[in-house]
Design a protein around this ligand. Structure first.
Ligand SMILES: [Zn+2]
Length: 164
């Protein structure tokens, strides 16, 4: 074996750390370094293949970017005109009655009831309360976070990258 320090050909090399560098050196040069500690793992715990380790590191790194952002919001249901009309007639109210109860103009309510106008949040809240119905639903939009394109790497991708 060749000593990595002095280049001497010796039969036995010691593994040492000199200034933080791992070297296999002859017993003479070994005096300059610290002997490396034996690995703590039992011998049968074979180290993971490098590629697997790299994938794991990559996965950890990409986690924060990887997450799909879920944006939750209230949205007025599409069939709000029918829901309002049905609830109102069940309650035995005319458009005028309801308009007065929720303190909106009759013209506004009639537009809303035929779907010509989307009620604003304030009006939706009043209609829901007055008629005892739900006009909103939770809509969860899934947005892909930035950088997503690079995080879904397969093993094949990584091998390809390493060849580059
Ligand atoms: Zn040496």
């Amino acid at each position: 074996m060749i000593c990595e320090m002095c280049g001497k050909d010796v039969t036995f090399c010691k593994k040492v750390t000199i200034e933080g560098v791992h070297l296999e050196v002859c017993s003479e040069c070994a005096k300059f370094g610290k002997e490396q500690q034996k690995p703590k793992e039992p011998a049968d715990a074979a180290p993971k293949p490098v590629i697997v380790q790299r994938l794991e590191v990559r996965e950890k790194r990409s986690k924060p970017r990887d997450v799909l952002e879920k944006v939750e919001m209230d949205d007025v249901v599409d069939d709000y005109p029918a829901r309002i009309r049905n609830a109102r007639s069940k309650a035995g109210m005319s458009q005028k009655d309801l308009a007065m109860k929720i303190n909106e103009k009759l013209t506004v309510l009639s537009k809303v009831e035929v779907g010509q106008m989307r009620p604003d949040d304030r009006m939706v809240a009043k209609l829901e309360k007055e008629l005892g119905i739900k006009l909103r639903e939770k809509v969860v939009e899934t947005q892909v976070a930035k950088g997503m394109g690079t995080s879904a790497l397969t093993l094949a991708d990584l091998i390809k990258m390493q060849k580059d």
